[in-house]
Write a protein that binds this ligand. Structure first.
Ligand code: UD2
Ligand code: MN
Length: 321
């Protein structure tokens, strides 16, 4: 299934500048994806062709679900409950999913949150009858955290496995409460978090674009992804909104009763202090978006592990301000 090779995981021995972001992005614009060697088996295609398309609304949706977070939950338990997920991937057996969706989760030192998210997200996505894969992009080292750059890495690396149609950029600590909040892309970028438990389920401000967003492969490519220059907390979500608006796209959201999330309680992490330069960066978006983004995203790829419930991509970055 994966196009990177047969091994279930591999380590990049010597630290090297692996990504050829420019090449990948250039080839995407030509409609070709690097690494695609026609390795998807013919049987898989034949089998897929035989299935009817899944309905636009899955019959398995439950609506609002009650979330329980068990303090002693283990990864083994979550794995045992998801026997049909392999290497972070699943596709419905009964029908052909309408979209291939990659969930990208930026991560460092939030293992418990990741466990709770995996526990809830896998069954949630399966009830939605999605052909999906979960990627966790882990920032190694103790440099300032860079959520946006990690998500750029996730996009570029995930496309080496599969030509995903849709990308969901997902905080590790946000758990969707309502199955009707569909994790798929539409003709405009979508912001899936209307409200959180901690803010009385109200939208924080009208242009708010943080937490969980859905952009198609083309929409994200068109805006050149996220900026790589937001180190520490804040601003990167507004920057992406400005990129979307510059391209005359219009953000849509689910209804308030549908776009509900529980944010697992946390304090501000060490290494993710508020970025006091974020307002200056936000003033430059229209000038720099072409040169700062997917097209200029350099990173050291340390490892890619195909775990049962998610693909773990570990990266390090060269510098922070
Ligand atoms: C808000 C936004 C978030 C982002 C952030 C500003 C919501 C619901 N979310 O989150 O999308 O725009 O503000 O940067 O409004 N993380 C780690 N380890 C760290 C630090 C961060 O894994 O040490 C990841 C993790 O996925 C986390 C995300 O980055 O959920 C955002 O960081 P946060 O949860 O500390 O920030 P928060 O809740 O204010
Ligand atoms: Mn948070």
């Amino acid at each position: 299934m994966a196009r990177r090779g047969a091994a279930s995981n591999y380590f990049v021995g010597a630290i090297q500048e692996v990504p050829k972001a420019k090449d990948l992005v250039a080839s995407l614009s030509k409609g070709v994806v690097l690494g695609k060697k026609g390795t998807v088996t013919d049987e898989a295609f034949v089998e897929k062709a035989r299935l009817d398309n899944c309905p636009s609304v899955s019959p398995h949706l439950k609506g609002q679900t009650k979330l329980v977070f068990k303090p002693d939950l283990t990864l083994e338990e979550v794995q045992a409950k998801n026997p049909k997920v392999h290497r972070g991937r699943y596709r419905p057996e009964e029908c052909r999913a309408l979209q291939r969706v990659a969930i990208l989760i930026p991560h460092r030192h939030r293992e418990k949150h990741l466990l709770y998210l995996l526990e809830h997200l896998h069954p949630f996505l399966q009830r939605q009858q999605l052909d999906y894969g979960i990627y966790v992009i882990h920032q190694a080292g103790s440099k300032k955290f860079n959520r946006a750059k990690l998500l750029n890495v996730g996009y570029l690396e995930a496309l080496k496995d599969e030509i995903w149609d849709c990308f969901i950029f997902h905080d590790v600590d946000l758990v969707p409460e309502n199955d009707l909040n569909l994790y798929r892309c539409e003709d405009q970028p979508r912001h899936l978090v209307v409200g959180r438990n901690s803010t009385g389920y109200r939208l924080r401000y009208s242009g708010y674009f943080g937490g969980v967003t859905a952009l198609s492969r083309e929409q994200f490519f068109k805006v050149n992804g996220f900026s790589n220059n937001y180190w520490g907390w804040g601003g990167e979500d507004d920057d992406l909104r400005l990129r979307v608006e510059l391209h005359r796209m219009k953000i849509t959201r689910p209804l308030p009763e549908v776009g509900k999330y529980t944010m697992i309680f946390h304090k501000r992490d060490q290494g993710n202090e508020v970025n006091i330069g974020r307002m200056n960066l936000l003033h430059q978006v229209s000038r720099v978006w072409r040169t700062d983004g997917l097209s200029s995203c350099g990173y050291k790829l340390l490892s890619v592990n195909y775990n049962p419930l998610y693909v773990n991509i570990t990266v390090d970055f060269w510098s922070d301000p």
